[in-house]
Design a binder for this molecule. Structure first.
Ligand code: NDP
Ligand code: GDR
Length: 366
């Protein structure tokens, strides 16, 4: 059996990767979680009782726990998805971000070097490393120009993985992944914030309006509040990316690859597509912090989105657009889920939740 240690199991990628690997009965997955105050197992409910899955405790900031896990499990693969992953808060806690995202990677590499040098290691890199971009689309050779403590922490991790690989002949790779989303995405990230917001507004208007119409009243709608609407991101589906990560770990020689969709879309465009799925069709009015997305098509006028400058960042990455050609050639990997399908899947899932379905976020390929 292949033994695979995964960190960040409760998060989006850790849970998707666990589920992807558990489809093969020859894999034994050890999912590491930290003992946080309120662990949220929603992403893992579909496989928690799988006999080939085992929860283990550890924390990237605690080298004793990481070393102990590697020594005891003797994993064949170590996939490190754990991180302080929210760019927006990385200015508020830069030391913690560095300790987790960079120090954590050193702790993993050291544990592997000492206790299981044949273990293959994956480090979760990010398009945020490119930051203030020089050209589009970005390839793996694009210079590192981070704009946030988070981006800087991932750049340092990237260098360290290469240093360990070259110094100790380890199979260690740092994948540079552009934004990837889905129904297990954290609610603080803009795509999920939008899909959940659309579902909430849909529920409010559709369930209240019929009754209120008779009295000539509109529903009371709280708009989604967003920051920079002009930022552009290269969005893909997380499940697609897990296949790419696994391929990266199973090459003859270790090599860093970049995974992306090859398309870029603005936040504004994501908003429009998401509301389209729920059959709301707005128009943008006003400028800057006064800009709003308004639906005037029905019997009542509704403000669906407004700008709240609290969500602006001290420094913004304006555009990210990845070039996945090298991964296509070297790994034979291509994303399958389109931007439109991704938005549709997220909004439809969140609407079903609002309507009381209460389903665990399913892994679509299972
Ligand atoms: P999530 O935020 O969904 O998951 C991160 C997980 O890391 C959480 O479960 C969290 O645990 C865990 N974690 C945080 N700090 C620690 C710690 N000190 N010790 C152990 N576990 C910890 O992130 P994603 O799944 O979206 O991303 C996975 C990785 O990929 C991250 O490294 C991220 O930076 C990187 N990445 C993500 C991209 C994306 O678009 N999703 C793109 C590029 C890179 P808890 O549940 O207890 O909070
Ligand atoms: P990002 O994702 O910073 O790209 O990092 P996020 O969804 O947080 O932001 C994307 C863009 O949307 C703009 N934005 C808002 N963002 C949030 N969160 N909330 C808002 O209200 C809002 N309004 C506008 C942001 O300014 C930004 O430009 C994600 C994470 O998964 C990282 O861990 C990963 O490394 C990168 O993707 C690639």
């Amino acid at each position: 059996m292949k033994k695979i240690l995964i960190t960040g199991t409760l998060g989006q990628d850790g849970s998707n990767m666990s589920e992807y690997l558990l489809r093969d009965k020859r894999n034994k997955v050890y999912g590491m979680i930290r003992r946080s105050a309120n662990s949220n197992f929603i992403n893992c409910r579909g496989f928690l009782d799988n006999p080939n899955f085992q929860l283990v405790y550890g924390d990237l900031t605690d080298e004793v726990s990481i070393a102990k896990l590697v020594q005891e499990i003797q994993p064949d693969y170590f996939i490190n998805f754990a991180a302080n992953s929210f760019v927006g808060c990385s200015w508020d806690m830069p030391l913690h971000v560095l300790d987790t995202n960079t120090g954590g990677v050193i702790r993993c590499l050291e544990a592997i070097k000492k206790h299981q040098p044949n273990c293959r290691f994956y480090s979760a890199g990010s398009s945020e490393q490119f930051g203030d971009v020089d050209y589009s689309p970005q390839d793996i050779k694009h210079p590192m120009k981070p704009r946030s403590p988070y981006g800087a922490s991932k750049c340092a991790a990237h260098h360290l993985v290469k240093v360990y690989r070259d110094s100790y002949d380890m199979y260690a790779v740092h994948g540079v992944l552009f934004n990837h989303e889905g129904i297990r995405r954290g609610e603080e990230f803009v795509t999920r914030k939008i899909s959940k917001g659309v579902a909430r507004i849909y529920d409010t208007i559709k369930s209240v309006e019929n009754w209120r119409h008779r009295h000539g009243q509109a529903a009371r709608v709280k708009p989604i509040e967003l920051g920079n609407l002009d930022a552009k991101r290269d969005w893909s589906d997380s499940e697609d990316f897990m296949e790419g990560v696994w391929l990266m770990l199973n090459q003859d020689d270790p090599k860093d690859y970049l995974l992306a969709s090859g398309e870029t879309h603005s936040i504004r465009e994501f908003v429009e597509k998401a509301f389209d799925v729920a059959d709301f069709h707005g128009t943008w009015e006003g400028e800057g912090i006064d800009e709003k997305y308004i639906d005037k098509g029905g019997p009542h006028e509704y403000v669906l989105v407004e700008v709240n400058p609290d969500f602006y960042r001290p420094a913004e990455v304006e555009v990210l657009h990845g070039d996945p050609t090298a991964a296509e050639k070297g790994l034979g990997w291509k994303p399958k889920i389109s931007f439109d399908d991704l938005v549709m899947r997220m909004v439809e899932y969140d609407i079903r939740q609002c309507l009381g379905k209460n389903e665990n976020p399913p892994y679509s390929n299972s």
